[in-house]
Structure formats: structure tokens, C-alpha cells
Design a protein around this ligand. Structure first.
Ligand code: PSU
Ligand code: MN
Length: 308
């Protein structure tokens, strides 16, 4: 196993995951901020379990990543998943504070950035999430740009998402990714999806239509010794989507509330997701769950294709 510089006491690669990696079987990493900060209990626990089931049904091994009492866990047992889903006052961990959570024995959900770091160190190449963090609207004043974007630029992991969360500034997010050399591939679409919606008004930088082509593209980048990950933007299934015009109204309402409540920094994304849930009376949550499941399915297929 890699991660040779981390003391054993700080790292726990679950036996099933370690076995799958050793045998060269497909493995898909999953993040945990979506569990600790992205959805309420018990929907978060149900979603986390279902997503793991989907990955197993596709013939791959799920590895949910989180920090529990100062230990970096790669793969959680169902008891650990349930405990994390109900844990109070847990941290939201990104590149800046992942090491702090280990040295200070904290518990926390890992964001896309922190999950990519852990996955890469454990030898996992594919990771499924809901939506990545990106450039927030008004970032020209707040400077709020998610560390997820810099992580994609430097860590060799394929992140399967439903695009950037639609509460963000999608064109600015695409600009930053392009500047940092991160390929953005829409799956089976010419336009970027917008998280809860299948279509945004923004053209997708690249398009691929099957998992094999995505695996081939990733391997070709590696052959060119281009370090860094790539972002796959997978539109939510049509039956689960909320159309982009309808979402726009809800999003601006949630953003007005965030401004009135003086929300900033790490709290912005969880606050907006929570308000969206209230405003849409739970519909946004249902869509969020459906899109994560859809991403898990594609991620498992990509993980298998990478082994061919
Ligand atoms: N996708 C979801 N729900 C979430 C997130 C993504 O469906 O809660 C989390 C991810 O962990 C992502 C983080 O990395 O939000 C981005 O937070 P920030 O904008 O503060 O970087
Ligand atoms: Mn931020």
C-alpha cells in the first residue's frame, strides 16, 4: 500500500478495500462531506448505503473516505457510516485542515479535495460525488473559490460529478479549471449539466459518450505525464431533474438569505444546500440523491474500464 509515510495508527484502509486494491479489482472512492454537511439525517445515511450498494452491484468496491477520531478511514463499515451520518459538530475537511484533523484527533467529512488526496494516496483512481465546489457567485468580492479546483489540477483522480453545484458561477468555474489545465468532460452531452438540472446554458469543454473512452482519455493523459485529475460532468436522469429555469429562482432566493444571514467561508455551501431543501420542500434533496447514485454507477463503470 502507498501512504508509507503515514503512521499506521492514523490510517485505516478497510480490509475489503485493501483486498480489492491488492487484487487489482475496480474501486470507487466516495466523499463524506455530503454525508456530514450536505444532507440531513436519516436521508444522508440511506443515500450513503445505497450508493455503496450500487457500486457493488456494478462489480466494484466502494471506499467511503472520512476522518473518525483522528484516523483517516478509507472504506467505512456500515456502523461507521451510520455513526458519521448522525455525528454532531464534525469538521468539514479540505486540503488545508485534513492534517489538522489527524494531529488533533478530530472527526470530519472529507470534501472533494480532501477525498481526492486520500484516494490518490491509497491508490484509488476514480471517485464519485454529487457536485464539486467551484467559484462562488460574487467571488470577485468574496474571493470564495473552492479548494476542489486546485486539487483537480494536481491530484490524479477522475471525479465523477453532476457538474459544479448550480449555486456556483458555472462559467467562472469552467474558466478556472481551464486555466489550471483540468479537462472537463460532459458525459453524453454537449452542454454542462447544472447539478439539479440536466442542462445549463454553458457549452461543455469536452464530450465523451462511454466509460471506455473516459478511461482511454485518462490513460493517454498519464502517458503524456500530465499530472492532475479530470472532471466528469454526468447529467442527472431526466425523471429526477428540476429544470434550470425553475431552479434559478430558488437559488437566488437562497443566496439572498445567505447574504441576510452573513454566511461566509466553509458555511456557504452547506447553508445554501439546506435552504434549497427548505425552499423546494425536499425536492432538491431527492434530486441530489438521484444524481449521486447516477454518478456512482458511471464511476464504477469507469473504474472497471481503467483496468482493461
Ligand atoms: N456535493 C453535494 N453535496 C455536498 C458537497 C458536494 O451534493 O455537500 C460538498 C463537497 O464535499 C464539496 C464541498 O467538496 O461541498 C464544497 O465546499 P466548498 O464550496 O466550501 O469548497
Ligand atoms: Mn469556499
Amino acid at each position: 500500500m502507498t501512504l508509507k509515510n503515514i503512521p499506521n495508527a492514523l490510517l485505516d484502509i478497510n480490509a475489503d478495500v485493501a483486498d480489492a486494491l491488492k487484487r487489482g479489482r475496480p474501486v470507487v472512492a466516495l466523499e463524506s462531506t455530503i454525508i456530514t454537511h450536505g444532507m440531513p439525517f436519516p436521508e444522508n445515511a440511506r443515500m450513503a448505503r445505497k450508493v455503496e450498494e450500487i457500486i457493488r452491484a456494478e462489480g466494484a468496491m466502494p471506499a467511503t473516505i472520512a476522518i473518525v477520531d483522528g484516523v483517516l478511514k478509507v472504506g467505512l463499515t456500515s456502523q461507521e457510516l451510520d455513526a458519521l451520518a448522525q455525528a454532531k459538530d464534525v469538521m468539514k475537511l479540505s486540503r488545508a485542515d485534513l492534517g489538522f484533523a489527524l494531529s488533533e484527533k478530530k472527526t470530519g467529512g472529507t470534501t472533494v479535495a480532501a477525498t481526492m488526496i486520500a484516494a490518490a494516496r491509497a491508490g484509488i483512481t476514480v471517485f464519485a460525488t454529487g457536485g464539486i465546489g467551484g467559484v462562488h457567485q460574487g467571488a470577485e468580492l468574496s474571493f470564495d473559490i473552492s479548494a476542489d479546483l486546485d486539487e483537480l489540477a494536481q491530484t490524479d483522480v477522475i471525479v465523477v460529478s453532476a457538474g459544479a453545484k448550480a449555486i456556483l458561477d458555472i462559467p467562472k468555474t469552467l474558466e478556472v479549471l481551464e486555466t489550471r489545465g483540468v479537462p472537463v468532460v460532459a458525459y453524453g452531452s454537449d452542454v454542462m449539466p447544472a447539478f439539479w438540472s440536466r442542462r445549463s446554458p454553458h457549452k461543455a469543454p469536452l464530450r465523451l459518450d462511454d466509460a471506455q473512452a473516459i478511461a482511454r482519455f485518462f490513460k493517454t493523459r498519464q502517458a503524456l505525464e500530465l499530472s492532475g485529475g479530470m472532471l466528469i460532468a454526468n447529467p442527472v436522469p431526466a425523471e429526477d431533474e428540476i429544470p434550470v429555469e425553475e431552479m434559478a429562482g430558488y437559488i437566488s432566493k437562497a443566496q439572498d438569505m445567505a447574504r441576510a444571514d452573513n454566511i461566509s467561508g466553509k458555511n456557504v455551501t452547506p447553508y445554501l444546500l439546506g435552504k434549497m431543501l427548505e425552499i423546494t420542500d425536499g425536492r432538491s434533496l431527492k434530486t441530489n440523491i438521484a444524481l449521486v447514485e447516477n454518478n456512482a454507477r458511471l464511476a464504477a463503470k469507469i473504474a472497471a474500464a481503467l483496468l482493461n
